[in-house]
Design a protein around this ligand. Sequence first.
Ligand code: KIV
Ligand code: ZN
Length: 514
Amino acid sequence: MSSNDRLIIFDTTLRDGEQSPGASMTRDEKIRIAKALERMRVDVIEAGFPVASMGDFEAVKAVAETVRESTVCGLARALDKDIDRAGEALAGAESARIHTFIATSPIHMEAKLRMTPDQVVEQAVAAVRRARRHVADVEFSAEDAGRSEPEFLKRVIEAAIDAGASTINIPDTVGYNVPEQFGALIAELLEDIPNADKATFSVHCHNDLGLAVANSLSAVQNGARQVECTINGLGERAGNAALEEVVMAVRTRRDVFPCDTGLDTTQIVPASRLVSTITGFVVQPNKAIVGANAFAHESGIHQDGVLKSRETYEIMRAEDVGLRQNAIVLGKHSGRNAFRARLRDLGIDFESETELNEAFRRFKLLADRKHEIFDEDLQALVSDVTAEENDFVHLLSLHVCSETGEKPEADIVLQLDGEERSARATGGGPVDAALKAIEAIVDSGANLRLYSVNNITSGTDAQGEVTVRLEKGGRVVNGQGADTDIVVASANAYLHALNRLLHPARRHPQRGDV
Ligand code: KIV
Ligand code: ZN
């Protein structure tokens, strides 16, 4: 593939995706996602915003030191301290990129930056030059390009390329553009900027009007050769363009798009599930490519057609996105090696034998209660194991009594900071009683913002996966738990969220005012 036929996929799940309220991730969670992106052969992984907090810095550094096949990128405002911090975080990367940005729209320059256009050009040039002192690969973004004056955009971009930027990103920061207009903007920039051939043009579209993917694809048709996107479309406000939709659109409609990605698309569904489990952002069933119903045919006419010839109603193959529909993989009699091998197929490696043993112990417990174990069950089980590190509170036992005409009652025993504590509470239902019993011990002062239950697979013995969102003092965290007993799953999800909210070692420092 020549460089013009290749569409570079720049994933920003760990940076813009993490800016979704409640989607903050720990360093270890970021490493797990980064490994999944590397397995998918994503070209560039934007790992965070190093100057934003110590947690961001550590996470970018760890991802840079772990990932070998993809370029690892750190975000920096067009300020020396941001750029130097990004350079420091990326020092251990095999291939590193600094992504520096400054706003170029009249409203951002006047109201936010309080700078003149001349000052903005000067600062952009200085930033690119400074970034080039750290790395050879520098990306420059004209923030709010979608609402900037095209003539001013051309000026700042030409100067940034002259200063050494090899990627120029055109963000539709507020999701204001529509496809035809956005595509025309890219074509105009490529046509009119004299040194445009010295850089790869990229787009970064937000989904406020539901047009992020359409705008990105229109830009590709007009010459953009990098798309910035996130798994499941996670991101600030309504999110970013969904990676899976961009990649599969380009691949499925080769007749329309003059380029293709280098991605291993069979890793899309596993990565989507991993991100959903870690962030607690449930994927809607009818979500394109990765939703539970994306390849399900309900109507008799459709089922009949697909049985006769798959192409009658399917434009993609489920296997191509890594969907192995409810494949039974393991059961009660499966051994440790089969367990490890299946997890390896799913791209899950354990850091230590202890972690593997703990996961295997839980698998055996689950297999006692659930006859057939699916990939989805294994993924949920592994997430639970890794979530346990550094827990300051965890569940020892739970007894719930629920009877017609009686108020449900829960007796709970927790280990809180090494000490065994118990409580009893009643509630409107068994889940309510269990969560109240937890609060009788922990007294967190947190507000419950979301509670949702999904079945991981089908059948009445399926595990329920519970997501809980808690808020305290403006901090929002998610917690997940999975179990065949949804009261236990709920208690675990609640405790998982409490561990993230209250325990200093698991806290992901919040971004300041950057
Ligand atoms: O949306 C945006 O403009 C951004 C930039 C930092 C690229 O996220
Ligand atoms: Zn963005």
